[in-house]
Design a protein around this ligand. Structure first.
Ligand SMILES: Cc1ncc(COP(=O)(O)O)c(C=O)c1O
Length: 382
């Protein structure tokens, strides 16, 4: 018997692994597959970004520094200024990451004291699995807060005793898996509550550029004190394979993060930073990409509406969160959809409490042709 970290057997297989298995089951039956399972962008990375990566490869390959290149940090602050109207100091307010998953996973290690009674990490549920996992591996108390109704997270309603033992509070807007978007006022109230309890506020803004109409706000528009925002190019620029993102926010916390991140060996490669600098400097390609996702969203939402499904309306993310029809739970309805070749994710894969039961997530990865054929196949099931 291998002597393992007991957490590994306590936590099931990383939840999204199951979706890959479901996909293989459909493939084995040789029927057309409509894969709305994983939020793994399948659209090509813009060519100018690929070129910037190639041009960034140097003859000599030294260790990259944790802070990343000055060019990268300036590209990021330029983006934050254009997108959110906030002016940050590129040399004190930004640190690159290898995507936002590792950023979120490692963050609790910065604040959790595993021997202290106040070691809670609080996050919305359903949500992205790395929030809980990072908290547990750091020895923290992982506290999922069930969402319901409009699925907006309202940390100012949390009980005082929980806030008193919380070190890190995670918000995520636009939200995976529901698409719910917090208002600027929600973010202001959340920030105030975190300041009042001396809690580090981490805002996972992975989907902030996948929207149409009203742009989703950033926590950085509220304040930087006590705040880190987490961004990534995986979704914005279809660059999941590059593994690149950043933390931006409070210079004191960015300093601590930079020191801390010298430990795990997650410094972003300079050629990746070169590609990322090109991506953050351009706003046209994410707008075009968001338009394609939103066209798919409108098609699928129109179908769900016409077929009488309950779902969360949103102008952001490439996810649709809908309720299983009467007589089914999430797992049962996912199995039913598989009969038509449609892969949808059962809500419980994203939830630690009961909030995911009865709900499913569609990731809008099939193109509009795929969406329209999936709708036909789905209609035939009804
Ligand atoms: C809310 C959220 N945070 C973080 C991530 C991780 O993104 P990446 O590591 O590709 O930057 C994802 C990916 O799906 C996500 O949905």
């Amino acid at each position: 018997m291998a002597r393992l970290n007991p957490l590994l057997s306590r936590l099931d297989a990383y939840p999204l692994v199951e979706l890959t298995e479901k996909r293989s089951q459909v493939e084995a039956r040789n029927i057309p597959l409509y894969d709305f399972g994983l939020g793994d962008p399948v659209d090509p990375t813009p060519a100018f970004i690929q070129d910037a990566l190639k041009a960034g490869v140097q003859a000599m390959s030294r260790y990259p520094v944790v802070q990343g290149t000055p060019e990268f940090r300036r590209a990021v602050t330029g983006y934050l200024e254009r997108r959110f109207g906030v002016a940050l100091d590129p040399d004190r307010s930004v640190v690159p990451t290898s995507g936002s998953k590792e950023a979120m996973f490692h963050l609790p290690l910065l604040v959790v004291d595993r021997d202290a009674p106040d070691r809670a990490v609080v996050f919305p549920d359903p949500g992205y699995p790395a929030w809980q996992r990072g908290a547990l591996f750091a020895g923290g108390e992982a506290v999922p807060i069930p969402l319901e109704g409009d699925f907006r997270f309202r940390p100012w309603e949390l009980p005082a005793d929980l806030l008193a033992r919380t070190r890190l509070l995670i918000v995520n807007s636009p939200h995976n898996p529901t698409g719910a978007v917090s208002t600027l006022e929600d973010l202001e109230r959340t920030w105030k509550v975190c300041r009042a309890h001396d809690i580090l506020l981490a805002s996972d803004e992975t989907y902030c550029d996948i929207y149409e109409g009203e742009p989703p706000p950033s926590i950085l528009q509220v304040a930087t004190e006590g705040v880190v925002a987490i961004h990534t190019l995986s979704k914005r620029s279809s660059m999941a394979g590059y593994r690149t993102g950043f933390f931006a926010g409070d210079p004191a916390w960015i300093r601590r993060l930079t020191d801390f991140r010298a430990n795990p060996g997650v410094a972003a490669q300079d050629f990746v930073n070169a590609a990322a600098s090109a991506a953050w400097a351009d706003d046209a390609h994410p707008r075009a990409l968001a338009r394609t996702y939103m066209a798919r969203r409108r098609m699928m939402e129109a179908f769900l509406e016409e077929a009488g499904f309950e779902f969360v309306r949103s102008n952001a993310t490439f996810y649709i969160w809908f309720k299983a029809p009467a007589g089914y739970d999430d797992v049962g309805y996912a199995a039913r959809l598989l009969e038509a070749g449609i892969v949808a994710a059962p809500g419980r894969l994203f939830a630690l409490t009961d909030t995911g039961r009865d709900w499913l997530r569609l990731a809008l990865m099939p193109d509009s042709e795929g969406c329209s054929r999936a709708i036909e196949a789905w209609r035939a099931l009804l």
